[in-house]
Ligand binder design. Structure first.
Ligand code: RP5
Length: 163
């Protein structure tokens, strides 16, 4: 019988406007062959949706949650408060404060409920996906291999001299 990879990552974001950043997570997961789902969930515009989502995340076999939010970015922290599944927050680059607001809102969680925080914008989204892959690779040999191969390829792509 073919062994099915059951580990799934959930990518959530506060708004459609976050998707141009968060789709970079999807690109990484497609390369590493990690199952994912993508949803819009806003802590302040759809609080009931957020609560229901976080409450059922464990039952839905989610291994890691990546939450992108901008401005007063409370989505990652609120979701982390409801579920024990690890949450990685991606600070979205906001128009007025260039994402510094998002970064501080996500990173400055008071003790007791952690949210792993990555860099602002696209780099953060890519690293959030790679970080999720690292977590999953602890207990999934196939993903471990895919991640190692990806890193080897990255290393080989760095030239010794600039041109
Ligand atoms: C946050 O408000 C979202 O995460 C988004 O980054 C920001 C702005 O949302 P829109 O006004 O573009 O929908 O909730």
């Amino acid at each position: 019988m073919k062994k099915v990879n059951t580990h799934k990552v959930s990518i959530i974001m506060g708004s459609q406007s976050d998707y141009s950043t968060m789709q970079n997570c999807e690109k990484v997961f497609k390369i590493l062959k990690i199952r994912f789902e993508t949803k819009i969930i806003s802590a302040h515009r759809t609080p009931k949706r957020m609560f229901e989502y976080a409450k059922t995340a464990e039952k839905n076999n989610i291994s890691v949650i990546i939450a992108g939010a901008g401005g007063s970015a409370h989505l990652p922290g609120m979701v982390a408060a409801i579920t024990r599944i690890p949450v990685i927050g991606v600070p979205i680059e906001s128009k007025k404060l260039k994402g510094l607001d998002s970064l501080l809102s996500i990173a400055q969680m008071p003790k007791g409920i952690p949210v792993g925080t990555v860099a602002i914008g696209k780099d953060g989204a890519v690293n959030a996906a790679l970080f999720a892959a690292s977590i999953i690779s602890n207990f999934d040999k196939k993903i471990k291999k895919n991640l190692e191969n990806w890193r080897t390829k990255q290393t080989k792509s760095v030239k010794k001299k600039p041109n």
